[in-house]
Design a protein around this ligand. Structure first.
Ligand code: ADP
Ligand code: MG
Ligand code: MG
Length: 199
């Protein structure tokens, strides 16, 4: 069973990974974006950790909806509302249960990813965070480690794609040959599940 502490750890580990990789995320956002993805993610997840410390929600749903709200209100870039929607919708789906099964979490995260696709209009293959998140959710039924591997693979596989959504799509064919920054940060988010679980 996964409790509020597990989801708190998920957010804390993600924040640490984002801090560690911020420079790389911004570098990836330079050739096909506006070189702010690392700082956007850092600002957002720093606010998430601060809010979780202050308000200390005691359910999985409470942790994730608070985290999502923080991302939406603190990140100006496209990634803020998208990641915010992911976590908020996942949290809302989990409701007010004190603990949830891994299967319930997987189902909830799938509704979260669907909400991101509805909001941003991106489908798999459009060279966005969706290319890491969809395979990750599909693999989550196996294990957190399988989801991490699937997300990383999905992120790497965005390199040869032409972007069809977001800022990178303005470049047309010139977006080909660069790994998508948002898919890369998604692989950090999913990878953080492994460390949070101690798996
Ligand atoms: P901005 O592009 O506003 O500067 P960021 O640099 O923080 O925002 O985030 C860019 C990332 O957001 C992209 O690499 C991509 O993965 C993701 N993204 C952008 N638009 C969309 C969309 N419509 N659907 C899904 N993901 C998107
Ligand atoms: Mg950007
Ligand atoms: Mg920007």
């Amino acid at each position: 069973m996964l409790d509020a502490d597990f989801f708190r750890r998920w957010m804390t580990v993600t924040a640490a990974a984002v801090d560690r990789e911020a420079e790389r995320l911004t570098e990836l956002d330079s050739p096909i974006g506006d070189a702010d993805h690392g700082s956007n993610m850092q600002r957002g997840f720093t606010a998430v950790v601060a809010a979780l410390e202050k308000e200390a929600p005691d359910t999985p749903g409470g942790v994730l909806t608070l985290a999502g709200r923080q991302l939406i209100s603190t990140v100006g870039g496209a990634s803020g509302p998208l990641y915010g929607t992911l976590l908020r919708r996942t949290g809302k789906t989990l409701g007010d249960a004190a603990e949830v099964t891994e299967e319930q979490f997987t189902d909830a995260l799938r509704t979260g990813v669907d909400a991101v696709m509805a909001l941003g209009g991106a489908a798999p293959g459009d060279k966005t965070m969706i290319d890491a998140l969809v395979p990750a959710v599909d693999a989550l039924a196996d294990s957190f480690a399988a989801a991490q591997a699937a997300a990383e693979e999905g992120a790497v596989a965005t390199t040869p794609l032409q972007a069809r959504k977001g800022r990178a799509s303005y470049l047309g064919e010139r977006s080909i040959g660069h790994q998508d920054p948002g898919a890369t940060s998604s692989s950090l988010l999913i990878g953080a599940l492994v460390e949070a679980s101690g798996e």
